[in-house]
Ligand binder design. Structure first.
Ligand code: NAG
Ligand code: CU
Length: 315
């Protein structure tokens, strides 16, 4: 006969495989917008593991959306504080579930991106331009963004930039679990997209990246052994957009300012090789990075922009 202890041990071992999570509720300046309202949530809480899959955009492929998909578009004033709430299952908070909001084995960063869209309820999410507005990676004590999210009962809070254009956007909130990320595929990507209408704002048009495209299996923040002492962690994707940065992303022929995180060495870029005006790397293609050996000149009118020391992209 199995003892309670052995049952508990067995379920604890089995738990991480099923202990996933879903971003399922949004608060705007502290006001709850409603459970499952305005967010494209799947019924199943499993991860996306292929960074080249369209499912990395807003989920919904291998984890089909809960039906009917909410048609709500949530009004959000530019500059507002928004809170995204994660839970283990669509049922919401469950204090008796040790894997709610997510099993604590799931360590990694939490991030938020925006993409401007003409219609926030349109289901086609390919070809959008995404910019990162917030990220929480790993601190010097090796405590992760996901650890802080769990401590805060599934909630993460960040600001919508106050300088971006009014209009409809998708808000993509993402968590990466790195407990099995020693080799690729191994990292688990969890993301859902909220349908929002930004009001007020300004006229800034941030530089964008594409999904798929922004992440690679070789990224140091995607293939990593977290079961060792880490002095730092490189969060995947572009640097966080700031309204205060003096870049001018509205003009593709202008090279935006480098990201605020100082690269150890400057990745190769066309700006250092002005003798090759006609490039071959297409829009959104990789054009530089520490370990990159391919072509570095972008097709006109794009410029090679440093995302981080490992990755530069034609934008
Ligand atoms: C937005 O997209 C939805 C879903 O495809 C569609 O039903 C709706 O008519 C669209 N709205 C506009 C204004 O185009
Ligand atoms: Cu999981």
């Amino acid at each position: 006969m199995k003892t309670l202890a052995s049952l508990v041990a067995a379920s604890a071992l089995a738990a991480p495989a099923f202990a996933h999570t879903i971003f399922q509720e949004l608060y705007v300046n502290g006001v709850d917008q409603g459970h499952l309202t305005g967010i494209r949530v799947p019924d199943y809480d499993g991860p996306i593991m292929d960074v080249t899959s369209k499912d990395i955009i807003c989920n919904g492929g291998i984890n089909p959306y809960h039906q009917p998909i909410s048609q709500a578009v949530i009004p959000v004033p530019a500059g507002a504080s928004v809170t995204a709430e994660w839970h283990h299952t669509l049922a919401g908070a469950d204090p008796s579930d040790s894997a709610d909001p997510v099993d604590p084995s799931h360590k990694g960063p939490v991030m938020a991106y925006l993409a401007k869209v003409s219609n926030a309820t349109s289901l086609d999410v390919t070809g959008l331009g995404w910019f990162k507005i917030w990220e929480d990676g790993m601190d010097s004590s090796q405590v992760w963004g996901v650890d802080r999210m769990i401590a805060n009962k599934g909630k993460v809070t960040f600001q919508i930039p106050d300088c971006i254009e009014a209009g409809q956007y998708l808000l993509r909130v993402e968590m990466i679990a790195l407990h099995g990320a020693e080799s690729y595929p191994g990292a688990q990507f969890y993301m859902e997209c909220a349908q929002i209408q930004i009001t007020g704002g300004g006229s800034k048009q941030p530089a964008t990246v594409s999904f798929p495209g922004a992440y690679h299996g070789t990224d140091p923040g995607i293939t990593i052994n977290i079961y060792q002492k880490l002095s730092s962690y490189t969060i995947p994707g572009p640097s966080v957009f700031s309204c205060d940065a003096s870049s001018s992303p509205t003009s593709p022929s202008t090279t935006p300012a480098p990201p605020s995180s100082t690269p150890v060495s400057t990745p190769s870029s066309p700006s250092s090789t002005p003798t090759s005006p006609v490039g071959s790397v297409p829009h959104y293609g990789q054009c530089g990075g520490l370990t990159y050996t391919g072509p570095t000149a972008c097709e006109t009118p794009y410029s090679c922009v440093v995302s981080n020391e490992y990755y530069s992209q034609c934008l």
